[in-house]
Design a protein around this ligand. Sequence first.
Ligand SMILES: C[S@@+](CC[C@H](N)C(=O)[O-])C[C@H]1O[C@@H](n2cnc3c(N)ncnc32)[C@H](O)[C@@H]1O
Length: 381
Amino acid sequence: VLHVRVADLALSFEGPFLLARSQSVGKAARLPPPAVAVLSFCAEPRSRAEVVAQLGTPLAGLYDGLVEAGLLVPPDKVRHTAAFFHNFAGIEIHRRMLGDTARVAAYARAISATVKPGMAVLDAGTGTGLLALLAARAGARVVYAVDNSDLLPLADEVARASGLDGVVKTLRGDFAQVRLPEPVDVIITETFGAFALAEGSVPDLAACVAHNLKPGGKVVPNGVVLRIAPVEGRDLWQETQAAFEDRLGLLFGPLRQAASARGRVTDVPADALAAPPATLARLQYPSADAPSGQVEFAFQAQEWCGFAAWFDVLLDDELMLGTGPDAPPTHWRQVFLPVPPQPAPSGALRVSMRLEPSADDRRSLDVIASWPGGGARWRVR
Ligand SMILES: C[S@@+](CC[C@H](N)C(=O)[O-])C[C@H]1O[C@@H](n2cnc3c(N)ncnc32)[C@H](O)[C@@H]1O
């Protein structure tokens, strides 16, 4: 049985004790200081046996106590939601998104083509308010701008500064749970993470649509296409491992191993693809399905070292926002999924792939792949 520490654990000193508390689970406990070792070790899901092996039997007693106190929980009970929204309260992430001119221009065009004067609109995950403001400028009667991050007051100020605060109504909360005072004509959203799905918001959007969209209403975007291609040679693998080379007499093998189990957000040059890209899945947005499928590649290279993964956003029937190596650059870049360099297969390479929310953090994505003679699992976030 595995347990992991709650996502929003806060520690402080109270005399000789540690006070550990979590708002999300509404629990607190006074602990002896060595408990910090257990809490640190249990940043990843761990069993009692692993605690005994790594930290010794006395600390396993503290592990039991923390489980009993509700501060170590089964991986499927943890929600990294607090940390997720905290991330979006920062300014840097919005600097990247607003500075992504391909993204902003494509959404601006799709919104002005879809939103008609007098419509009611919901912007699910408004962030700085960008999409809500574009909908207001397109003539919406009212735009409900929903977000659960602390940035929302700034979105309010931007609406006021732009003279659109009479139209844009910000609402703090989770858009999966919001019930608006009226059903809307259009729901707009940009809640894509790495390889589209890493923000984990697709099920939230499906719930939001079910509760708030008029029958016959529209969702922008209306689809996402997940694309994948093998990467040739060994350069990208070596570059991905290079930061963790042994040095100064220190052995960083465990970090190299960890890095090979993570998707790396980076620019994959178009000429590094060992085969033309294949389509893993076409999602009709808002689909709550975890996509899976088979892709097949006809190789043009001798050696390969992993996969490049990206997505195309179908904003409406005519407009596509591509994020692949051939498209104008976006802040999403691509995701490199590393595999130790190996000779190209003779004939085609057939790969089965599954994408699912990580068991201990639904705002992370696990990509699981297998091919004849090999397989891998990567965490993408
Ligand atoms: C990728 S950002 C996009 C922000 C803005 N729409 C834009 O285009 O610049 C996604 C935003 O959605 C918010 N978000 C994601 N899931 C949410 C949920 N379930 N409820 C409320 N807000 C959510 C995040 O806090 C973040 O501000």
